[in-house]
Design a protein around this ligand. Sequence first.
Ligand SMILES: C[S@@+](CC[C@H](N)C(=O)[O-])C[C@H]1O[C@@H](n2cnc3c(N)ncnc32)[C@H](O)[C@@H]1O
Length: 206
Amino acid sequence: MSIKSYVMARVIDQFHHPRGMYGRVAGRIMATRDTNVARNHWIAEIIGPPAGVSILEIGHGPGLAIEALLPSLDGGHITGLEISDLMSRSAAKRNKDAVERGDVDFRVGDSANPPPELTGYDIIYAVNASMFWPEPLVAITELASRLSTGGEMVFVYMPPPTSTDSAQAVAAETAEHFAAAGLTNIGHDEMSFDPIAIATRGTRPS
Ligand SMILES: C[S@@+](CC[C@H](N)C(=O)[O-])C[C@H]1O[C@@H](n2cnc3c(N)ncnc32)[C@H](O)[C@@H]1O
């Protein structure tokens, strides 16, 4: 294996939980690659949060989607939950002013077991994160219980360059998990990009 292939393999291995030197490179790629930037801006557009909402993002990486949501937050609040301490610090740095204003806070933790006080959200979303969860249905069921009634869950998936999974297949599986977790009004939005990104949405019934 060439040195370049070795380094690339080490970096790719970091996307599920960035740590250390190779994790910083993975975080830099997440923050700058065109496709990453586009899908994170797109989720901010499709969520288009109404005033005063309470939002939780899971697996935010460098925090691009949170940064894109800030201009429309209008009295709301966003919490970011990340398994990677490195990414939590990176996202806090990117969104420093909003953290200082108290509009955003960042927590280190696992999607399957969020701290108990993270509850009562109007919107919970994730972007290219759930494919790394060992038991996605367990995590999605737990997260669905943290929505307010009428609250919405939105998961975006865009196949990364190394993936052989289609966006359609992952979105169909996510929809099954949403239904099994008790969410209703399940549907999809698509972003025409190369590659395509699909958002799966579901609502916690009253
Ligand atoms: C491919 S990155 C995507 C980051 C960001 N959402 C984006 O689109 O740029 C996946 C992120 O999910 C986080 N992650 C993976 N498993 C997680 C878990 N069980 N709970 C919380 N975060 C997790 C990783 O640390 C990583 O930052």
